[in-house]
Ligand binder design. Sequence first.
Ligand code: ATP
Length: 255
Amino acid sequence: MSAAVDALRIDELRKTFGDTVAVDDVDLSVPQGAFFGLVGPNGAGKTTLLSMAVGLLTPDRGNAWVSGAAIWPVAGSEQAKAALGVLPSGLAMPPRLTGAELLHYLGLLRGMRAAVVKARTDELLDVLDLRAAERTLIGDYSTGMQKKIGLAAALLHGPRVLVADEPFEAVDPVSAAVVRAILDGFLAAGGTVIMSSHVMALVEQLCDHVAVLDHGRVLRAGTLDQVRAELTLQEAFAALVGAKPPSRGLSWYES
Ligand SMILES: Nc1ncnc2c1ncn2[C@@H]1O[C@H](COP(=O)(O)OP(=O)(O)OP(=O)(O)O)[C@@H](O)[C@H]1O
């Protein structure tokens, strides 16, 4: 029954695209209350793994649970959907709605009372500094604004587990501090955050648990200290994935 105690548990999830094994029988456990960082080189399989973990992508095989509620093989149970907030990568949001309209419709689709949706929408727009863009269509949002309204959409229904693909990407420093404050409050209230990131310093600063993924496999996972093992996370990451600095620059810039 250990599935019931983990915020996210993944058992042997696998996904192939043609000849590419994007996720290679991955096992992963994220304890309740953790700030979990998923790191790995480009193409390591992070987005594919997280997409399967939240029910957005069908695995070839394997199981996943959110707070003990099955995501796979029982795709997207109501209990799992209620527990989960998702900020996916490559957000595809309705471009002809304003941010407030998006939150309004998402809230109603989730069965929330209109008054609660309105109050939370107002608070989210204020806190995320999107009030000035109240009449702006999402299609006209900047990349960072889209990320912020995506986070608002992920948190509107009060999930206990937030899965966020690069939540700080394209977000300005002031907004990044706001996002951090929101995540801190979410964690303090007993929530669990699972985020992917390429910024090792950020992961090292924020996360208490980390997994390093490469070629679809978990190379190391555990607490931050277990994973970095006396090194900086950047050094541990480079050692684990076997990264070498390029031996030369571009030939046409060399004298
Ligand atoms: N829809 C798809 N069709 C074909 N191949 C795919 C598809 N999605 C992902 N892949 C492949 O699966 C592998 C893992 O991709 P994925 O996007 O999960 O990596 P990632 O770790 O998120 O990368 P990045 O850090 O660059 O965002 C890559 O080889 C990628 O080309």
